[in-house]
Design a protein around this ligand. Structure first.
Ligand code: AMP
Length: 282
């Protein structure tokens, strides 16, 4: 497995793989890899001959009062995990390699990035779209795999890829959960044991909502967001949002919605967690 730190070397590596007839896949991450990330890597290995994992804690997607400085890092462990999962190259650039001090260009998606996480993190998605565009230009992939865990992010990236004609197929892989239901996240490390137990109310309330909608159909939708928010608040969480949206376009759910996305963000202590569920209504 190759460690690549510069954009020039990354492009050369990828071009040479393509010239040799290999399909190139990329899995962009911020490191501190867990089984959720590894499932994306395994997925990418099925779709591509050569899989690149990018490990870059992207400063531009963090707000001024967010956790950039204390974001968890463990490169040694990440390296071993990538090796065990058949990754061909890890692209781990320094921030100075990715961003010129006098940079003045952003990639901005203006519709799907509004609301949900875009509401409380107003500069987050332009950081994500900008870095993903740059990572695509560095790794030159045929296919890129993202997680449904960040549902809005996956939709924003799909839209950016379409609108800017990146020649990259975007694949979204399902959420990987702990045995008790908590969606895996690098940020789970911040939770105290007590917060970790309380935070189970997020996945539990989403599963309850799914069961109710499956049993009662669309009439269960009235008040469903409020019920989820109540359960999370009752377990000590501070709800940022609970949104019931159309999974195809992120519009508020309506009569014509065939697949629902129920998305949640909530704080337990100082840790902001997100989770979501897709529910087919047909
Ligand atoms: P991150 O390192 O948190 O930026 O995440 C990198 C990629 O892994 C993103 O596409 C995430 O959606 C995905 N991911 C993170 N957690 C999970 C999870 N629990 N299940 C599936 N994918 C995940």
């Amino acid at each position: 497995m190759k460690l690549i730190k510069t954009i020039a070397e990354m492009q050369q590596f990828s071009k040479s793989a393509s010239r040799n007839g290999k399909k190139v896949g990329v899995v962009p991450t911020m490191g501190y890899l867990h089984s959720g990330h590894m499932s994306l890597i395994d997925h990418a290995r099925k779709l591509a001959d050569v899989v690149i994992v990018t490990i870059f804690v992207n400063p531009t997607q963090f707000g001024p009062n967010e956790d950039l400085d204390k974001y968890p890092r463990d490169f040694e462990r990440d390296w071993k995990s990538c090796e065990q999962h058949g990754v061909a190259a890890v692209f781990a650039p320094a921030p100075e390699e990715m961003y010129f001090p006098d940079r003045s260009t952003w990639v901005v998606e203006e519709k799907l990035s509004q609301g949900l996480c875009g509401q409380s993190r107003p500069t987050h998605f332009r950081g994500v779209t900008t870095v993903v565009a740059k990572l695509f230009n560095a790794t030159l992939p045929d296919v890129a795999v993202f997680g449904q865990k960040d549902a809005q992010q996956a939709m924003v990236i799909k839209r950016m890829t379409r609108d800017l004609n990146f020649p990259v197929e975007i694949v979204v892989a399902p959420i990987v959960r702990e045995a008790d239901g908590l969606a895996m996240s690098s940020r789970n490390k911040y939770l105290s044991l007590d917060e970790r137990i309380r935070a189970l109310s997020i996945s539990a309330s989403l599963s309850d909502a799914e069961a109710r909608i499956k049993a009662e159909g669309r009439k269960a939708l009235g008040g469903i967001a409020e019920k989820i928010a109540e359960k999370i608040a009752a377990s000590g969480g501070k709800v940022d949002y609970v949104e019931v949206r159309d999974a195809d376009n992120l519009e508020p759910a309506s009569e014509s919605t065939s697949c629902l996305l129920i998305a949640v963000a909530a704080y337990f202590g100082v840790t902001r967690l997100i989770d979501n569920i897709l529910i087919n209504l047909n």
